[in-house]
Design a protein around this ligand. Structure first.
Ligand code: UPG
Length: 350
């Protein structure tokens, strides 16, 4: 059953959702949550048949269908979004170092690929498309962030240029999602279990921290409440990398871990920014998150020249340096909300 053209519905029940990058950490968590909520069907779209096969066995639910394809290939995207009510676009090249070395690949997937997803969803009459972005897209210094910033611009331009399109395109921007595949927390755990020193890039580096479960909620909010071109940001606390490393170690029974400082990697910032001050000036505080509406002014600037932004002075960027800073104990508490970590500590793995 389709929920298309039912703007007041607040339920995902019985609708069909396509998740690009659906075998990644975020995509697969989202899929499990959708199944629990009674979704009618999920289309998992990704390049990796082995990960799809593993997910098929793990999930074992006839509501989930799997599509092999690549966001660079429009036809393959269209097959996966046809008949969907909602699209969550999480497919991306997202590792900072690999994008630094292969920026043209990041452009193809993150920029052009996102354009393909939006176009295909609009052509298929999808109700709402939510694109996943990152704090690294704000004042970007690395290719990953730059291509995600251009993805944001692509989505916003689509919304601005197609005001009558029934497909609502919006963005969600997050900081580091804890325990996602290839990220630092699983690495610290591996290092501790192997009896190796914890490698810290720069102990004072800060990162916004949030759990996958917390991150998923914002996607639903965007599905149902976004106006075309909206950008949503989840408020989040932050910790230093050293606090994070010590918290992981402490939970695994080691209060005095050996630490080796290795220096920042290619393209890394000391602190991340979730919203620039220019965005803060327009942001609507919605409690757990901020909503930044589209700047829908046309190219006829002279019409608007008298109506510019006047609230910039006195506002700060929203950064991992000035947000709530977690102590060691608070970081441990947050880490314990990750089921994999809670399970490790219950088993007393040290
Ligand atoms: O051996 C290591 C590896 C990493 N770090 C630090 O740990 C933090 C987190 O690193 P990591 O988990 O690799 O994440 P990021 O490089 O910050 O990027 C992640 O977080 C982004 C959001 O900010 C997402 O968009 C990306 O997809 C995701 O890879 C950073 O400060 C790193 O410098 C270390 O201290 N030691």
């Amino acid at each position: 059953m389709s929920e298309k053209n039912l703007p007041n519905t607040t339920s995902i029940r019985d609708s069909v959702v396509t998740i690009t990058g659906g075998t990644g950490s975020f995509g697969s968590t989202m899929a499990m949550d959708l199944l629990r909520k009674g979704v009618g069907g999920i289309n998992i779209f990704s390049r990796d048949e082995a990960k799809q096969d593993a997910m098929r066995r793990r999930t074992d639910d006839p509501r989930v269908r799997y599509f092999i394809g690549d966001v660079r290939d429009t036809d393959s995207v269209y097959q996966a979004v046809r008949g969907a009510d909602f699209v969550f676009h999480a497919a991306a090249l997202k590792q900072v170092p690999s994008c630094e070395f292969f920026p043209e690949q990041a452009v193809k997937t993150n920029v052009r690929g996102s354009y393909n997803v939006i176009e295909a969803a609009a052509k298929a009459g999808v109700r709402s498309v939510v694109c996943l972005s990152t704090d690294k897209a704000v004042y970007p210094v690395n290719a990953m962030g730059m291509t995600k910033a251009l993805m944001e611009k692509t989505a916003q331009a689509f919304a601005r240029n197609n005001p009558n399109c029934p497909t609502t395109v919006s963005l969600t921007r997050y900081g580091n999602v804890m325990y996602s595949r290839g990220s630092v927390i699983p690495l610290f755990i591996q290092q501790l279990q192997a009896g190796k020193p914890l490698t810290l890039t720069e102990p004072l580096m800060t990162r916004f921290l949030m759990s996958l479960e917390q991150s998923v909620d914002l996607v639903y909010h965007a599905f149902f409440h976004a106006t075309a071109g909206d950008l949503f940001v989840r408020k989040a606390p932050a910790s230093t990398v050293e606090t994070l490393a010590r918290a992981v170690a402490s939970l695994l029974g080691n209060d005095d871990p050996e630490i080796r400082v290795i220096g920042a990697r290619h393209g890394e910032k000391l602190h991340e920014t979730l919203l620039s001050r220019e965005e803060m000036a327009k942001a609507e505080d919605q409690g757990g998150y901020f909503r930044v509406p589209l700047d829908a002014r046309s190219l006829q600037y002279e019409l608007y020249f008298d109506d510019g932004e006047t609230r910039l002075a006195g506002l700060d960027d929203y950064t991992s340096e000035n947000t709530d800073r977690l102590s060691l104990e608070e970081t441990k508490d947050l880490l314990l909300t990750i089921p994999e970590i809670a399970a490790l500590t219950e088993r007393g793995v040290a």
